[in-house]
Design a protein around this ligand. Structure first.
Ligand code: ASP
Length: 439
């Protein structure tokens, strides 16, 4: 059995955390390949090493003195090395990095050194081999991840080795420069490594015991999600639930490898399993609730709209021309509503209105901003009657006015639009009816 284990920044922020990570890895022989992040925050207003590296490099790129900032980064690493009692001089590594900063090797190069150095330390601490991600993770000329080349090289490399540490977050371009994934991208590396070695499981270790049914900032102490499908996760992540990088799903999903989100500070917790599909019935009808504020709805009215061929296309064309993608499009017989991100809409508002008048000659257009969208997601909704009824009864009970409803034909989720001021009470009331009342 092979497991790929990825540890996030907070799991590797200090020597104390390194020790926990070491214990977790040594507790299971299957944990053969390890993907570390850079050291993260040790306390809430601490600074992540990645952010320190970006800051330091920005000074270097402007030709300013960055000695002080560079030394602070060095101290973070030496603090870990010394407390772990390792004999690991990194001076020559730091000299190379400093020279590359002066030579303006790029922000991606700078940021990647966080995982690179942490990988060297972790490999030394565990007694595992170190594989530089630049030698096994590749991007093409346009900076797009090259799955084929990576898989060929990486799977060959991993098949020849029993244990290794492969730093997360970066890879190399065809011209040998370093490129990183977007922030939080070590999750993606972990997924790529898991696919390349055909792992049985991808364990993603972080500082929470998996996904929660609702946002703990809204619902106090929400229940955890024990099993979630990739599709459900996608819906919830899109709506703001953040534990895992969005792009981390694709490589393992394609290879049919489940992901287990685990807590480094509570390894006995089972965490959340993310799977392709499951016959396991969820404990509650809903798997999770997520939502976001900051949407605008554009309501278009026109008599006999229903019989006007091409009306929808002409409306959407205006949004497309203005570079806006729409979130939802509920419609009536003579009305059509388009929901967009307020932030994206505001700068092109008047162009869109003019375009709509020109394209479809509506009777009226009404714009309402300050809308929040809530996604109630659950694979069990398909086989349960009355889910929508229960949602709306609970919202009415909480005096929340529902402004929009959208249920996809997959019956995996129901999207509800409410006023931003009603957002928190709406989420709470939905959680109560499906979870608290079912306990
Ligand atoms: N260190 C990088 C970041 O802070 C990548 C990661 O931690 O996944 O975004």
């Amino acid at each position: 059995m092979t497991k790929v284990v990825k540890f996030g920044g907070s799991s590797l922020a200090s020597a104390e955390q390194f020790k926990k990570v070491g214990d977790i890895i040594h507790a299971d022989d299957a944990r053969r390949f390890v993907v570390p992040s850079a050291p993260g925050k040790r306390f809430s207003d601490d600074i992540k090493v990645t952010d320190m590296l970006y800051g330091c490099y920005d000074l270097a790129a402007k030709g300013k003195d960055f000695e002080k900032e560079f030394n602070t980064i060095k101290e973070r690493y030496y603090g870990i090395i010394n407390e772990l009692g390792l004999d690991l001089p990194l001076e020559s590594e730091f000299d190379v990095i400093k020279a590359c900063f002066i030579g303006k090797a790029g922000r991606d190069y700078a940021a990647s050194r966080g995982e690179y150095l942490n990988g060297i330390i972790l490999a030394n601490y565990l007694g595992y081999s170190f594989i530089d991600a630049a030698d096994v993770i590749f991007f093409d000329d346009r900076g797009v991840f090259d799955a084929k080349k990576t898989n060929d090289v990486l799977s060959k490399k991993l098949s020849s080795i029993n244990n290794a540490v492969i730093p997360g977050f970066y890879g190399s371009m065809p011209n040998d420069t370093i490129k990183t994934f977007s922030r939080g991208g070590s999750d993606v590396t972990g997924s790529i490594v898991a696919a390349a070695c055909s792992a049985d499981l991808y364990e993603n270790w972080t500082d929470v015991s998996g996904f929660l049914i609702a946002d703990p900032r809204i619902v106090p102490d929400p229940m955890p999600i024990t099993t979630i499908t990739y599709k459900e996760l996608r819906e919830l992540s899109y709506m703001g639930a953040t534990v895992l990088h969005e792009d981390a799903i694709f490589p393992v999903r394609k290879a049919g490898i489940p992901i287990n989100i685990k807590n480094t500070n509570a390894p006995e917790d089972s965490g959340t399993m993310i799977v392709e599909s499951t016959c396991q019935k969820p404990r509650f009808t809903i798997t999770g609730i997520a939502g976001k504020k900051g949407f605008t709805v554009i309501n278009i009215e026109k008599d006999m709209m229903n019989s006007e061929l091409g009306f929808g296309r002409k409306v959407l064309e205006v949004f497309e021309k203005n570079g806006l993608s729409f979130e939802h499009m509920p419609s009536g017989i003579d009305t059509m509503s388009i929901i967009v991100h307020q932030e994206e809409f505001e700068p092109v508002e008047q162009e869109v209105l003019a375009g709509l008048h020109r394209n479809v000659h509506p009777d009226s257009i009404d714009i309402e901003s300050g809308l929040a969208l809530i996604a109630v997601v659950g694979r069990a909704m398909k086989s349960n009657r009355g889910t929508a009824g229960r949602i709306f009864a609970s919202l009415a009970h909480a005096h929340v006015n529902v402004k929009m409803i959208d249920q996809g034909s997959s019956e995996l989720n129901i999207i509800i639009g409410v006023q931003e001021s009603d957002f928190e009470s709406a989420v709470k009331s939905i959680y109560d009816i499906f979870v608290v009342h079912q306990l």
